[in-house]
Design a protein around this ligand. Structure first.
Ligand SMILES: *Cc1c(COP(=O)(O)O)cnc(C)c1O
Length: 380
């Protein structure tokens, strides 16, 4: 180990994410390597062909593995491509998978519309109670997919308890940790086999790149299978997207710290407002699994909350229309605050309550956000 690696290993996440991966020769910032092919004479430097490996992607994967304290990060062209890769490499016909009743709607759609047609049984359970998962386990159960906090109801799963339960039964575990980010939660340290992020969200942070990643705890079969799947199925991120994401990661800790602080302020404010029926945010003491969240999340609870507006769907939508700076759009994790009527976005399988709004809190000044919410709620 050279002295820089030694020094870095003792540094904080915020420092390490800037200095991990790239060894500058003369440039301080890595150039974008657009070439799809590389000279055979230097195979140790590159994968030879960009689908198999690209200098921008290699550095991105090193940074992401470091952030999750994992062994290997495998980057994909979207969060969904990352989820699909996990399901493809872990499941075969005849297997059974358990997933959470509240989760990203794309995950549910992929399992129910695509994987269940390949003779893979899927069971949806409320994972806020570990016992519910225990009773859903079958002899054919191969994978438990978690998402904590979940999208959009911010349900919190006891990750360590589930990982322990699964290990006893020889079942693999994976956790979609997109909402928590590697700043506040480390599922690999809690015992899961794989952690997944939609890097489109907080890691990207600027609503301008799609991406996903799966990180393994160990070297071994799972890591090799994911690497094989990445290369052969080919849903890889472009060099430019990797470069943008590397750039985003330098400010990741600063941005997400601020987003979580703002989300806590907005949550507290809205939870006291008479026009709001309920606020879902794991940082609030009134949250159903606040104690579990406090135990397994460190330093913050993320930048997303959901609310139930008193009244019907039309009241919730009218409230959105009165907001000035908080914009009505899907997605989350960017520097700008967004709000969305979730049920309208869920397509043919809507599951969210019709007065539920999901809020992704940005890095604006919290007083400005609260002023925007205050005036939009005045006529509620
Ligand atoms: C957005 C999201 C995904 C899907 O990621 P894409 O990058 O949009 O494909 C998966 N899980 C969660 C929790 C998300 O928020």
């Amino acid at each position: 180990m050279d002295s820089k690696t030694d020094f870095l290993s003792e540094c904080h996440q915020q420092t390490r994410v800037i200095h991990t991966g790239y060894e500058p020769d003369t440039d301080i910032v890595q150039p974008i390597h657009l070439s799809t092919t590389f000279q055979r004479e230097v195979p140790e430097k590159v994968g030879g062909y960009t689908r198999s490996g690209n200098p921008n992607r290699d550095i991105l994967e090193k940074k992401l593995a470091m952030l999750e304290q994992g062994h290997e990060a495998v980057a994909f062209s979207s969060g969904m491509a990352a989820i699909n890769a996990v399901l493809e490499v872990t499941l075969k016909a005849g297997d059974h998978v358990i997933f959470p009743d509240d989760c990203y709607h794309g995950t549910r759609a992929l399992l129910k519309n695509i994987f269940s047609k390949k003779n893979i049984a899927v069971t949806e359970v409320d994972m806020t109670e570990t016992g519910n998962v225990a009773s859903a386990i079958l002899p054919a159960t191969r994978l438990i997919w978690m998402e904590s906090p979940s999208n959009p109801q911010l349900k919190v799963t006891d990750i360590e308890a589930l990982a322990t339960l699964a290990k006893k039964r020889n079942i693999l575990t994976a956790c979609d940790s997109t909402f928590a980010t590697p700043l506040f939660q480390h599922p690999l340290q809690l015992g899961v086999d794989l952690v997944m992020h939609s890097t489109t969200k907080f890691l990207g942070g600027h609503s301008d790149i799609l991406g996903g990643v799966v990180i393994t705890r160990h070297a071994g079969d799972l890591a090799s299978l994911l690497r094989l799947y990445q290369n052969t199925a080919g849903a890889v991120p472009s060099p430019f997207d990797c470069w943008l994401l590397n750039r985003s990661l330098s400010t990741f800790v600063l941005r997400v710290t601020k987003q979580a602080d703002n989300a806590m302020e907005v949550s507290s404010f809205l939870s006291r407002h008479p026009a709001i029926e309920k606020v879902y945010y794991p940082g609030l003491p009134t949250h159903l699994n606040h104690e579990v969240a406090k135990r397994q999340m460190r330093g913050g609870f993320g930048g997303v909350l959901s609310i139930l507006v008193k009244g019907e769907q039309q009241d919730a939508i009218a409230f959105i229309k009165r907001l000035q700076i908080v914009m009505h759009a899907t997605s989350l994790g960017g520097v700008e605050s967004l709000i969305e009527h979730r049920r309208s976005a869920e397509g043919k399988m809507p599951v969210s309550p019709d007065n539920l709004l999901r809020i992704s809190v940005g890095i604006e000044h919290p007083e400005d956000l609260i002023r925007d919410f205050t005036s939009a709620l005045k006529f509620a």
